[in-house]
Ligand binder design. Structure first.
Ligand code: NCD
Ligand code: ZN
Length: 342
């Protein structure tokens, strides 16, 4: 039995680090386990321009503990007001991606376009030309909640054909149909998968008592969908890589207002090690968390390393008012920290 696993320090290609006091509280957890993190722009107010992104990156760096060698990577949010010039300016200051949130489909998305047709003409052309990745929250507006991801796929198919050089990431896949669509599209289309969609189904959310801490968008779905996601990430296919979608909300917002989003930053790698081991694919974990995403985003692979060890730990119930994934449960793997690669 493998007792320890030494892998490159992972990247998280989809995380919410928020603002203000919440940002200060959660950023160190991501910085501790990840080399780089692509930080989502659905803050309040949102990250819309090059200037917003530069300021936000500075706020994130100042909340990262000294010596952690952590690099926040920024995104802008696409709205109906985004222009090709805002896209070009963002690319010029090193923003890596622009995020499409369909209107009302998740936290802070009321200003989103209804669909991709709703963007200003020229925006996607500018993204393709300036190499900005299109990150898509792939859920169709106005559709029954469990069918939204599947309903979005035909729309995306059209854009994949019209923009053959635009790199597109479908975020937080939740269905077998989306896995199959991504597999069928060319190499410029990839997907992130979260730890929680690999370990939760709709049963965990509403199968017995309502469990608000398992609530996220897209909603975790059937066992069959979960199996397809596990197969996708453990198959060694470079199209599927880690985006934790760690999305902290205060306990009160989850329990009293039903906010969507699961905080998993402190436990993501432990949970993933368990999923990969149960699938007999522990040897593929390193590529999923630390290689395929970097390659897709054309970033150098990380040289720092971390070590996971087989040592059961109990996951805390609460991190200063934020309930994590697997709160109070035992995880089989834990982290020993990082060692520099010689
Ligand atoms: C995310 C959040 O809270 O910002 N929530 C979620 O349920 N995943 C937004 C998102 O990625 O959809
Ligand atoms: Zn997200």
């Amino acid at each position: 039995m493998i007792e320890s696993l030494n892998i490159p320090k992972p990247d998280d290609f989809h995380v919410h680090l928020r603002q203000g006091s919440l940002l200060k509280l959660v950023t160190p957890f991501t910085a501790a386990h990840f080399s780089r993190a692509l930080v989502m722009p659905n803050t309040e107010p949102p990250i819309l321009t090059a200037r917003d992104a530069v300021n936000y990156a500075a706020e994130l760096r100042s909340a990262s503990p000294q010596g952690m060698n952590f690099q926040p990577l920024t995104t802008i949010k696409l709205t109906k007001l985004t222009t090709n010039v805002s896209v070009e300016n963002a690319a010029a200051v090193g923003v890596l991606a622009a995020k499409f949130y369909p209107q009302g489909m998740t936290t802070n998305a009321s200003d989103g376009p209804v669909n991709l047709h709703d963007l200003q003409p020229g925006v996607l052309d500018a993204m393709q030309e300036s190499d900005l990745v299109l990150c898509v929250h792939a859920e169709a507006v106005g559709v029954f909640c469990l069918d939204r991801e599947i309903a979005f796929l035909p729309e995306l198919d059209e854009y994949v054909r019209v923009f053959p050089r635009l790199r597109i990431v479908l975020e937080h896949l939740s269905t077998r149909g989306a896995v199959e669509a991504v597999e069928g599209w060319p190499a410029n289309v990839a997907a992130t998968v979260t730890p929680h969609h690999l370990v939760l189904t709709l049963d965990d959310l509403i199968g017995s008592e309502l469990h608000p801490h398992s609530f996220c968008k897209p909603v975790p779905k059937t066992l069959d969908d979960q199996r397809a996601l596990i197969r996708a990430v453990t198959s060694g296919k470079p199209k599927f890589f880690l985006g934790t979608d760690s999305a902290p909300h205060w306990r009160t917002a989850k329990e009293e207002s039903g906010a969507a989003g699961i905080f998993n930053a402190p436990v993501a790698l432990q949970v993933l090690a368990q999923v990969f081991e149960d699938a007999g694919a522990l040897g593929r974990l390193g590529d999923f968390v630390a290689a395929f995403g970097a390659d897709f985003y054309r970033l150098p692979r990380n040289r720092d390393r971390i070590e996971l060890v087989r040592r059961s730990v109990r996951i805390p119930n609460d991190y200063e008012g934020i309930v994590p994934l697997w709160a109070g449960r035992e995880a089989r793997w834990s982290l020993t920290g990082q060692t520099p690669l010689q």
